[in-house]
Design a protein around this ligand. Structure first.
Ligand code: BES
Ligand code: ZN
Ligand code: ZN
Length: 499
């Protein structure tokens, strides 16, 4: 897709349509809005006056007008931006996405966006561009007809008075971020017969080559040698061999503190039947998205390879299928993880924590000093927070606070749940060091976290439970339903701030 930055008058834009952000209850009495109103023969003013459209977030109004003067566009879209006082830079992404989806539906191929919002122009441009790209993702990859192939192929961003360099930088970064998110969403949307652990590893390898990351794939024999008995206990019941995907980004010139290594670790269960503790068949199909944490790690690493920050980053994804079979783990089996701890498996459906145990321990062994793991770990987090907040927990309040703050900046919500010794008692086993579930119906999300915590030694660690936020059940004006690529923007912000 082509993109262009305009820092002067919007009438310079050589596009089919103009899209303009309108705040709630705004009137056309000044600036660009006044000019636009003139161009369209007073149509905007009359629509606003009649309250046919009043700038409600997500709302749109569409006009066809006779272009006058040098302007080429003959279509105008008003896009509701909601309350002016609540509007943040990250909301430009929603504005841009809403405009994109609304205009492509009408067969428009090129448009110029005027967000009409003052802030950091570089950030405005990057969030706008990411919004345009992610809004066009659809779930219809496997349809042989009726696919939505309508695309915007030229996006122009108009911010009067901005520095062109800022806008261009932002557009470039936004393109990388948006494409990384769509890469992740494509992975999460893949059916599990296509995206096996082996295929996930192959795609990671191909992506790493494209963006210049180092990539190692460990097979089961290698994991056995490393003592990853916890991870391997999950793949035992599947014909699909597990893969540990390890990606490394090394900056050409490092500005970070010596010895510091940030690491992202993802749960990549390509399908979760529950294993012998099998799930009910109703809704089991949703469990193809149980690799969303891993997919977000891969998308984040893809963007890092292209953005080239000045700090090193390690990405680890445990790609495993959880199936019931004659060789599958049984409730009451005891296994030993890489760090020597013994685990009594009391529920084979609590498999995410079993694979993360070894993946997190591996990351620390590789020198990670800060670890952020991401996992669709518990149904309980959906009960607690719904689809509006990712659950966050950790052993270091500064790291947790940093992630929450980065999330605020990019428009992703995190809500912290507590950890602590008393909670950790919940996973004490009668016969082994720990068990993989806590007391029935009590603090399910926290039990997942305190389990993973047992495999972190000295590193600062945060755990993101994305079970509620990795998949959207409904479409929104700015995006389709389905995989959300949650946490990518937040983690990229964390990397940016670590430089
Ligand atoms: N992948 C699921 C978590 C999940 C469940 C995500 C429902 C989205 C919707 C995970 O592996 C799981 O099954 N967790 C169990 C843990 C329990 C057995 C302690 C759960 O949440 O029920
Ligand atoms: Zn499970
Ligand atoms: Zn699972």
């Amino acid at each position: 897709m082509k993109s262009q930055a305009i820092t002067g008058n919007f009438q310079e834009a050589n596009v089919d349509a103009l899209a303009v952000g309108i705040f709630k209850d705004e009137r056309t009495n000044n600036g660009a809005l006044k000019d636009l109103d003139k161009l369209t023969g007073g149509q905007i003013a009359s629509v606003l006056k009649a309250e046919e459209f009043n700038g409600e977030a997500g709302d749109t109004a569409y006009f066809v007008f006779e272009p006058k003067g040098k302007i080429k566009a003959s279509r105008l879209l008003l896009v509701g931006a909601g309350e002016r006082n609540d509007f943040k830079t990250a909301d430009v992404s929603i504005l841009a996405g809403t405009a994109t989806r609304s205009l492509r539906k009408r067969n428009i191929k090129s448009f110029a966006l005027m967000p009409r919002f003052e802030g950091n122009d570089d950030e405005i441009a990057s969030t706008a561009m990411a919004g345009v790209l992610t809004s066009q993702f659809e779930l219809d990859k496997y349809k042989t007809k009726d696919r939505n192939d309508k695309r915007i192929d030229n996006f122009v961003l108009c911010v009067e008075g901005a520095k062109e360099k800022d806008l261009k930088n932002g557009l470039e970064r936004g393109e990388i971020i948006g494409e990384a998110m769509n890469f992740t969403r494509d992975l999460a949307n893949e059916p599990p017969n296509v995206l096996t652990p082996t295929e996930m590893a192959n795609r990671a390898q191909k992506m790493a080559k494209e963006v210049g990351l180092k990539c190692e794939i460990f097979d089961e024999a290698k994991m056995e040698k490393m003592g990853m008995g916890s991870l391997l206990s999950v793949s035992r019941g599947s014909d699909q061999p597990a893969k540990l995907i390890v990606l490394r980004y090394e900056p050409k010139k490092s500005t970070g503190k010596k010895g510091e290594l940030l690491s992202f670790v993802g749960k990549g269960i390509t399908f979760d039947t529950g294993g012998i503790s099998i799930k009910p068949s109703e809704g089991m199909d949703a469990m193809k998205y149980d690799m969303s944490g891993g997919a977000s790690v891969l998308g984040t690493m893809r963007a890092i390879g292209l953005l080239q920050p000045t700090v090193p980053v390690l990405g680890v994804v445990a790609a495993v299928e959880n199936m019931p079979d004659g060789n599958a783990s049984r409730p009451s089996d005891v296994v030993t993880a890489m760090n020597g701890k013994t685990i009594e498996i009391l529920n084979t459906d609590a498999e995410g924590r079993l694979i993360l145990a070894d993946a997190v321990a591996y990351a620390e062994k590789q020198g990670a000093t800060r670890i952020v793991d991401m996992a669709t770990l518990t149904g309980a987090v959906i009960i607690a927070l719904g689809d509006l907040n990712t659950g966050i927990m950790g052993n270091d309040q500064d790291l947790v606070d940093d992630i929450i703050e980065c999330g605020k900046e990019v428009g992703e919500n995190f809500w912290q749940l507590p950890l602590g010794k008393e909670y950790s008692k919940g996973i004490k086993s009668d016969i082994a060091d720990i068990k993989n579930i806590g007391p029935a119906r009590k603090a399910g999300t926290i039990m997942g976290a305190v389990f993973i915590q047992e495999f972190v030694k000295d590193a600062k660690w945060a755990h993101l439970d994305i079970a509620g936020t990795a998949w959207a059940d409904d479409a929104k004006p700015h995006r389709s339903k389905g995989p959300t690529a949650v946490a990518i923007r937040t983690l990229l912000k964390l990397v940016e701030k670590s430089q």
